[in-house]
Design a protein around this ligand. Structure first.
Ligand code: R5P
Length: 331
């Protein structure tokens, strides 16, 4: 039997007792899930996934989970909708196998960009995902760097958000940042990038980015702040098609930036991202492992550095299990 982890009442922040901890993973990102389990010091729970010829998914939990405090790791990556459904089925199976509490751990939240009604008669799918997780049986949610913090408000169960900012700040601190400026790719990212700039003690510049439609084409129209002769660090939540980063780097070089590096949490790398990122000729592209990057992409993207979030998720899981503060660990 693996080690037993139980919360105690004397760990600071008001701990409590709950059943044995178990960590399960869907099939989307077993590399990260394995790293999280290794950091915690326990094996991943035994589960079997079967995909039938009619594309139906069957999940069988292959060990006892009665009264256990269960964490289920599943990120959002292609095939996005299949992985989401697999997670829902896994949660449902755990619930009906009598787990005491189920926490859905979503390193990259599915449909995170569908979070607002900014056009008539459109879907707000991130809210639907929140509803689905709760209906399936999730009691809590743990996720990283949401596209917009208000997504937490879509839940009627406790939802915790952690950030890769400390890991990325540590990385950039190892380089010479004495002449650097942090750059937000748009007004939406300004607060998020501002926290990063503050952590590093750097000034902040802001790009005015516009999108006219759903074509995923971004256009940078103005730059607010000083970048001339400086080393720019563009900071954003994700790279999807790479449009925002290529536009931002073009504008920063036009305004005289000496170097252009990038720090983002989620490497979605969809559509023309690889070509755009290589054309942008970045001095460094620092991402995390919340999403698995296929080797065919990782091996050709220039100056790519992937930071592990496993320890951070592992610590957050241990804190949730022990009833300890999550915000404390962000400091
Ligand atoms: C935008 O609102 C986000 O913060 C990212 O800038 C965006 O998701 C990146 O998308 P893309 O790489 O396609 O420009």
């Amino acid at each position: 039997m693996g080690p037993r982890y139980t919360g105690t009442s004397n760990q600071g922040g008001g701990g409590f007792m709950i059943g044995e901890m178990k960590v399960f993973s869907g099939t989307s990102h077993q590399g990260l899930a394995g790293g999280i389990a290794a950091h915690i010091g326990m094996p991943l729970g035994k589960v079997k996934f079967t995909r039938f010829s009619n594309e139906n998914i069957k999940v069988k939990i292959d060990e006892n989970v009665r009264e256990a405090d269960v964490f289920v790791i599943q990120s959002s990556c292609p095939p996005v909708s299949d992985n989401l459904l697999e997670l829902l089925i896994l949660i449902d199976a755990l619930k009906f196998a009598s787990a005491a509490r189920i926490t859905a751990v979503l390193p990259y939240f599915p449909y995170a960009r569908s979070d607002k009604k900014d056009e008539a008669r459109i879907s707000i799918t991130a809210r639907l995902v929140a509803d689905l997780l709760q209906t399936a049986g999730a009691d809590r949610v743990l996720t990283m760097t949401l596209h917009a913090p208000q997504i937490l408000g879509f839940f009627r169960i406790p939802a915790d958000q952690i950030f890769a900012t400390p890991i990325q700040a540590q990385h950039f601190r190892r380089t010479d940042i004495s002449n650097s400026v942090v750059v937000a790719t748009d007004a939406g990212a300004a607060k998020f990038a501002g926290h990063f700039a503050k952590r590093l003690g750097l000034p902040l510049a802001l790009i005015d980015k516009r999108r006219s439609d759903d074509s995923e084409k971004a256009q940078s129209v103005a730059l607010i702040g000083e970048v001339k002769g400086m080393d720019a660090i563009i900071y954003d939540d994700e790279i999807a098609t790479g449009g925002s980063i290529s536009e931002a780097s073009r504008m920063l070089r036009q305004f005289g930036a000496r170097k252009v590096s990038v720090g983002v949490t989620h490497p979605v790398f969809s559509g023309p991202a690889v070509e755009r990122l290589n054309e942008a000729d970045l001095d460094e592209l620092v991402v995390t492992d919340t999403i698995p990057i296929p080797e065919a992409k990782a091996s050709v993207i220039k100056n790519l550095k992937i930071l592990s979030t496993a320890a951070m998720f592992g610590d957050a899981i241990l804190r949730i299990h022990g009833g300890r503060s999550i915000s404390e660990m962000m400091d």
